[in-house]
Design a protein around this ligand. Sequence first.
Ligand code: IPM
Ligand code: MN
Length: 362
Amino acid sequence: MEFDIAVLPGDGIGPEVITQAVKVLQVVGEKFGHKFHFHAGLVGGSAIDKQGMALSEETLKMCKQCDAVLFGAVGGPKWDNLQAKVHPEDGLLALRKELGLFANLRPVKVFPMLVNSTTLKPEVIEDVDLVIVRELTGGLYFGQPKKRWQTPEGRQAVDTLFYSEGEIERILRVGFELARSRSKKLISVDKANILESSRLWRQIAIELSAEYPDVELQHMLVDACAMRLIQRPADLDVMVMENMFGDILTDEASMLAGSMGMLPSASLAGIPKGKAFGMYEPIHGSAPRRAGKNMANPIATILSGAMMLRYSLGLESEAQAVENAVLAVLEEGYRTYDIMEEGKLRTGTSEMGDLITERIKC
Ligand code: IPM
Ligand code: MN
């Protein structure tokens, strides 16, 4: 089969890790007889420099014409000025909104050979295999009004946590469907003791659960969830939540896996059943201090490529081939700096990409 894939490397280590993921996908194509056409585009700081904006019409149009988008990372000190009119991150938010990517899946799986590379006790994190489903196009990130103004008493500012019934229902459905394909347990995370938007969220979750009698629905307050994530994370499976809660809790959850460099993500425009258009990116940022040094861990981006094969291209065996190759290379003891331990074999970004590619070939 033939597929068109938009590739947006972005800034910092983005281009380096994306190069490795593209290399891996090319080999998957050769091995399984698919043709992937890669279309490169600018986004973030590099787009600000060359096109004067963080996401141009040209890049957006190109993404819309493709089957899926592979995204690196955006941002860096060069564009960090708080007073600036455009920020690299605006490019990412515009992509999410314009492409309708409302469902962000962030799986956190602790690899058995990495249980000692985190700051948490191995017995707490072994067997962790959970997925955070984060709403991605609503809530505090996009709600209006969102502004700052001057008053005689000083400056004031507001952000708005707005959700419509439709937005809540579709993301909860993603949670229910995913739970159905896994442990059949869904945790809906909210702050229903305080927030009106959370009360609506919880009510819709209860109403919707009638359509999913095989899935056990549990509600958890977001502060309690933050605690449970480090207390007994192996008990957790699918968790669904609004945008900002998901932003915060996914960074916390990423530490269970030892390094942000290990975690992929999918941002989908539909329910992950059959094929859905999506954008795939590592959950880490652009790590400007590591850029250009062939140091960064490409595994998060390579595993994001596997998620793309699975959710947007419908290529399950191909996705598994990539995941198995990553496991094999880790099993053999190869490590990038972020997951390095004594006695292991230290590799750079491109060597890690090569090792994974080799395992897929054989
Ligand atoms: C993430 C990032 C983004 C977010 C930033 C870069 C806009 O932190 O994907 O979690 O806040 O959503
Ligand atoms: Mn974040």
